[in-house]
Structure formats: structure tokens, C-alpha cells
Design a protein around this ligand. Structure first.
Ligand SMILES: Cc1cc2nc3c(=O)[nH]c(=O)nc-3n(C[C@H](O)[C@H](O)[C@H](O)COP(=O)(O)OP(=O)(O)OC[C@H]3O[C@@H](n4cnc5c(N)ncnc54)[C@H](O)[C@@H]3O)c2cc1C
Length: 390
């Protein structure tokens, strides 16, 4: 696929955003190298993701043909009260996948010899339409374009847009996964193949089914994925939530297996008091609970000469939009299309930026309004636009 005279892209970050960009650019004949900070294959820490059409469109664009179905269908959306009574039900078919299902499908489509692990970008320079990336081991790489796909805490962004950082929304999401076979029938019944919610004051719990760790969507082998949004005040309360069992204050999340004992006991005890019987059982059966702070981020620019920002490095919308993975896929696909359509790389980048900035900002603003309404956060600037809330 790569021609000897092909343009060369350096992609910083080898998670979904980086892999979307890398596979889309390879589809238009670019030579692509990915540099990922993590020395190991990114593990199965991820949970569920609503499978949006943009992701499927990207897969078609990049000619990625997964070997099996990517997701689990849910049929209805239903709301339970604390007693477990269905207070509202409506048909809303959709498909849910998991982070590791998408990651594995994208990784399999990208040549392993061009995916470099244990490479942390620490600096970059631009000179005569070439970019040089410098890594913490002293090595460097040069290309025509550098794509910052290094997530919400992006080093690339800190170099091109110093001072712009993600801000904390005021709430966190507690999460977990339970194997389908491990859940008692009484709990399985209301949750099975539906998208189930319990909305209370300043709290939203939800559940949907996702593929197994190995990507299986066969009934009996899938997983129940749950999320519970709860407020945590910035300062001592948030610090306690994000301090792991070894006393280390994590930046934005505590992964499975690392939650502090008292935090884990606290959330389990809260579930006993607060959750409906099915959700209560789901949380009881969860081996490793994990937690993530909900962040907001938007940027005024995405293109800096031959350096671009994509995915969470540019915009972090609230998870209620179910849009951050889809947005990363769109960033990548439209970038490849723009570059393919124009012989003038700089012009193509500016046209891409104009379109993607508007979309990103719109999604972040919509997510903030929706999230603040769900969590009962009243902010003078966040007049809820209910007409757009799904
Ligand atoms: C392990 C993992 C699990 C996730 N699970 C979920 C999930 O269950 N549901 C969901 O909706 N979203 C999940 N996400 C986030 C999801 O991937 C993103 O919201 C979205 O897909 C866009 O991602 P991104 O690639 O832009 O950023 P991220 O997914 O945050 O990836 C950024 C990548 O850049 C790497 N990186 C950071 N700094 C540097 C540097 N200086 N040099 C080189 N590499 C660097 C990081 O190690 C990481 O792999 C997960 C992310 C990760 C990494």
C-alpha cells in the first residue's frame, strides 16, 4: 500500500484516536508510524461504548473487515425506579461495543512493525514543512505531518497550545463489568439486551450489554456493563476518589484493581442503599470497580503548521453524548479525505480544521448542557436545550 514517495505521518498515541488516524491515512497511501507511551499492549481496562455509525463508516473507509460482529444489540430504553419498577419504556434499538473490541479490530488492521510501544513524546519541532518528534529515550522521528492523538492530557497540545487543559465537570463515573453467566436470573431479567437507567437527584445509573473481553457476542459469553454518575466536589472529596490503594493520586481515573479499599467499600455500601435490586446485584457481582473523572475540553485551533490535534487531545465531550469515539473516527476519516482531495497539504489541513472545530465545539457544548441537567448542576451559562437531549 505504501509507495516509496508516500507522505509520512507520525501519530502520537496508539489508542483508538491514533489507530483511527493511522488506518485512515494508510488507506490514502500515506506511510504511518504510531508512537505509544505504554510499553505493553493497551489492556482490557476499557468498558462499553455505544457503536455509532461514524465508527462503521471509518471501518469501511479504511477497509477494515472485522472477523466477527462488533457489538451487542439493545432493544428498548427503560427507566427503573429504586424499587425496580419500570417507570418508562420506549423502543430505541442501538448497538453497544467495548473499548477493547474496537482497539483489537483496529490494531489487527495496522502493521505491527510500524506501531512503536514505550515511546513517550516529550518535544517537537517544525522546520520547512517537516516535523520532528522527540521521545523520552532520546530518539527522534521526522515526518510531513504529526498527529497528536495522545488523549485528554495531551503532551502535543501542551506544546502547541500551552495553558489549555481539560477542566473537571464536578462529577465522576463509577464503572464495572460482569460476565453474563455470573448474574442471577432475577437481576438479568430486567437488564437483558436493553439499555436500562435509574435516574435520581444528582445521580444516574445505567447498564447495557457489551461483547466479552475476547470480543464474543454469543449469548452467554457477553458482559453487562454498568456506569454510575455521582458528584464529587473538587478538593478533598475528589482527591480521595482518585487516590489509589497505594496512596497515589491518579490524574483523571483509577483503573480496575487499583481502587482504594475505603472508596470501594463506600460505593458498594451506597449501592446497597440507593440502587434498584437488579443494579444492586450487578454491583455486588462486580469484581473490579473503576472510576473516571468527567472532564470538559475544547480547543480554539486544531492545526499548527504540520501538527494537528485529534480525538480527546482536542475535544472531550461528556460521555452522555456517546460521541467521543465516534468523533475520533470522524476526525480521522475527514482528515484523510481532505488530504486525499487536495494536492496542497496546508490548504487541506485548514479546510479540515474549520469543519472539525465547529463539530467538536458543538458536541462539547451539547454534552455540558445535557450532563449538567442530568446531574442537577446549575450554571448560569448552561440553559438546558432539552430539544436536543436524547
Ligand atoms: C485503556 C483505555 C481504555 C478506555 N476505555 C474506554 C471506554 O471503556 N469507553 C470509552 O468511551 N472510552 C474509553 N477510553 C477512551 C477512548 O479511547 C477515547 O475517549 C476516544 O476513543 C478517543 O481516544 P483518544 O485515542 O483520542 O485518546 P485516549 O484513548 O486517551 O488515548 C491516548 C493515547 O495516547 C497515549 N499517550 C499519552 N501521552 C503520550 C505521549 N506523550 N507520547 C506517546 N503516547 C502518549 C496514551 O497512552 C493513550 O494510549 C479508553 C482509553 C484507554 C487508553
Amino acid at each position: 500500500m505504501n509507495r516509496p514517495d508516500a507522505r509520512r505521518a507520525l501519530v502520537i498515541g496508539g489508542s483508538l484516536g491514533g489507530l483511527f488516524a493511522a488506518t485512515a491515512l494508510r488507506a490514502i497511501g500515506w506511510h504511518v508510524e504510531i508512537f505509544e507511551r505504554s510499553p505493553a499492549v493497551l489492556d482490557s481496562r476499557g468498558g462499553g461504548i455505544v457503536l455509532q455509525a461514524d465508527v462503521l463508516q471509518h471501518f469501511r473507509y479504511a477497509e477494515i473487515k472485522p472477523t466477527h460482529a462488533l457489538g451487542v444489540r439493545s432493544h428498548d430504553r427503560l427507566y427503573l425506579d429504586q424499587a425496580g419498577t419500570v417507570v418508562h419504556r420506549e423502543p430505541m434499538p442501538q448497538t453497544q461495543t467495548s473499548w477493547n473490541t474496537l482497539y483489537n479490530a483496529l490494531l489487527a488492521a495496522f502493521p505491527a512493525e510500524h506501531y512503536h510501544r514505550g515511546k513517550t513524546l516529550v518535544d517537537l519541532t517544525e522546520h520547512e514543512r517537516r516535523v520532528t518528534a522527540v521521545f523520552d529515550d532520546g530518539s527522534s522521528a521526522e515526518g510531513d505531518l504529526l498527529i497528536g492523538a495522545d488523549g485528554a492530557g495531551s503532551t502535543v497540545r501542551s506544546l502547541v497550545l500551552p495553558g489549555i487543559q481539560a477542566s473537571y465537570s464536578g462529577y465522576v463515573v463509577w464503572r464495572g463489568l460482569v460476565d453474563e453467566g455470573a448474574l442471577a436470573d432475577f437481576a438479568k431479567a430486567p437488564l437483558y439486551e436493553d439499555f436500562v437507567l435509574q435516574q435520581d437527584d444528582e445521580s444516574l445509573m445505567l447498564e447495557y450489554m457489551v461483547p466479552s473481553v475476547n470480543g464474543s457476542v454469543t449469548p452467554g459469553e457477553r458482559r453487562f456493563n454498568w456506569l454510575w454518575y455521582l458528584k464529587a466536589s473538587p478538593g478533598p472529596e475528589l482527591d480521595a476518589v482518585l487516590t489509589d490503594r497505594h496512596g497515589q493520586r491518579r490524574r483523571h481515573s483509577v483503573p480496575p484493581g487499583a481502587l482504594a479499599t475505603e472508596q470501594e467499600a463506600g460505593i458498594r455500601e451506597r449501592a446497597e442503599r440507593h440502587a434498584n435490586p437488579a443494579f444492586r446485584e450487578l454491583i455486588r457481582q462486580t469484581r473490579d470497580i473503576f472510576v473516571q473523572a468527567i472532564l470538559d475540553l475544547d480547543v480554539p485551533r486544531m492545526v499548527f503548521g504540520r501538527v494537528v490535534l485529534t480525538g480527546d487531545a482536542a475535544f472531550v465531550p461528556r460521555p452522555h453524548t456517546a460521541g467521543s469515539t465516534a468523533k475520533a473516527a470522524r476526525n480521522a476519516m475527514f482528515l484523510a479525505q481532505a488530504l486525499d482531495d487536495s494536492a496542497d497539504l496546508d490548504k487541506a489541513l485548514l479546510a479540515w480544521e474549520k469543519q472539525q472545530l465547529t463539530e467538536g465545539k458543538r458536541m462539547v457544548d451539547w454534552g455540558v448542557r445535557m450532563g449538567n441537567r442530568i446531574m442537577g448542576i446549575h450554571h448560569p451559562d448552561s440553559a438546558a436545550d432539552d430539544a436536543h437531549i436524547r
